[in-house]
Design a protein around this ligand. Structure first.
Ligand SMILES: *Cc1c(COP(=O)(O)O)cnc(C)c1O
Length: 350
């Protein structure tokens, strides 16, 4: 299939002259910086944050490139994945004209961000076993369809999307496909970031908010062709990732061993929890999970939710999501937290 990126980009973005920051315009060697109206004396902190941060976060990208095996030029970093999602709308979707495809039940931000940007949504539900309806998706495409969001492992269902289905879509969907891999670290499935050279319409999103334990730093990762990365850089706010997050993110990325140990522990705890919970009489189904949470169907989700919250455990009631009636989504905690949950569930309804 022929792919013309420029044809998908909004005309105002094609024509946009991006903001040029003070430090961006100067390329020589300097030791005195009187160009950006900063406070030259310092910051009222032990750490100094008086200088504007690197707009393109190169240090962080070089370290990510090493870990992920992807060139730094193919990485974009957003203020959380939420910014990456919003930028995709602003780059590709004309408000009140274009549309995108989402596959519910899935992550809510794709729809919220569409509504904020006044972009129409076409919903093609997942199949009863929460897989992609490939034919339904391709049938839903029209001349104004710009984006397709695929979440794998999917939130809130926890399962991977079949790789063959994603590949069919990558070969046949005429717009940009965003694969959200927020939970890829917990999955048996291989990431799609090694396929970037194969698919010019592919954008892969990951995040440091889940496995990496940095949700508060807001570091959303995005991998794509250099042309697509260029568009994200053109449209983003100049300093979208703050200096403290860049510094702490870089520090955290040195600690891969610790994070890998946590991933192993989480996956083991997931198996244990699912095993123990699946024997309980009020549990109708636990859906297979490749994430750090699982979805379970019970007799009365509202009642169980209240029971747990009365006992200071908060979970997510997904009953309103299509295909998720009476379903709770439960995050895997520490062994102690999981034991607390199991004990409460063992005493429920007696
Ligand atoms: C948690 C989550 C994210 C992460 O969002 P951030 O803005 O990076 O914290 C992205 N996608 C999905 C599906 C998620 O569940």
């Amino acid at each position: 299939m022929e792919f013309d990126l420029q044809k998908l980009v909004r005309e105002n973005i094609q024509k946009l002259t991006p903001y040029s920051s003070a430090r961006h315009e100067f390329t020589g060697k300097a030791s005195v910086f009187l160009d950006a109206n900063e406070n030259s004396y310092g910051s009222p902190l032990e750490e100094k944050f008086n200088r504007y941060p690197d707009p393109l976060q190169w240090q962080l990208k070089f370290q990510l490139a090493r870990i992920k095996g992807v060139p730094a030029e193919n990485i974009f970093i957003g203020n959380g994945s939420d910014e990456v999602i919003d930028l995709a709308y602003r780059i590709f979707c004309n408000p009140d004209k274009d549309n995108v495809i989402v596959c519910p039940p899935t992550y809510g931000m794709y729809e919220v961000s569409a509504n904020i940007n006044d972009v129409a949504i076409k919903k093609v539900s997942l199949t009863p076993d929460f897989q992609l309806d490939v034919e339904g998706i391709l049938n839903a495409v029209d001349a104004n369809t710009k984006l397709l969001f695929i979440c794998s492992p999917n939130n809130p269902t926890g399962n991977n999307m079949a790789r063959e289905d994603v590949e069919i879509l990558l070969n046949n969907f005429p717009g940009i496909i965003l694969i959200d891999e927020a939970y890829i670290n917990f999955s048996k499935q291989k990431t799609f970031i090694q396929e970037l050279t194969e698919y010019p319409n592919l954008v892969v999103m990951q995040t440091l908010s889940k496995a990496w334990g940095l949700a508060a730093l807001r570091l959303g990762l995005c991998y794509a062709s250099m042309d697509i990365i260029g568009l994200f850089n053109k449209v983003k706010p100049p300093y979208n990732v703050n200096g403290a997050s860049q510094q702490l993110g870089l520090e955290a990325l040195q600690n891969t061993t610790l994070v890998n140990d946590w991933i192993t522990a989480t996956v083991a705890q997931r198996q244990l929890l699912i095993q123990q919970i699946s024997t309980l009489s009020f549990v109708e189904k636990i859906y297979p999970s490749d994430a750090n949470f699982f979805l379970m169907k019970v007799k009365d989700a509202g009642k169980l939710y209240s029971y747990l919250s009365d006992n200071e455990i908060v979970v997510r009631n997904r009953s309103k999501d299509p295909g998720c009636e009476n379903c709770l989504r439960i995050t895997i905690g520490t062994p102690e937290e999981n034991n607390q949950l199991i004990n409460l569930l063992n005493n429920y309804g007696q």
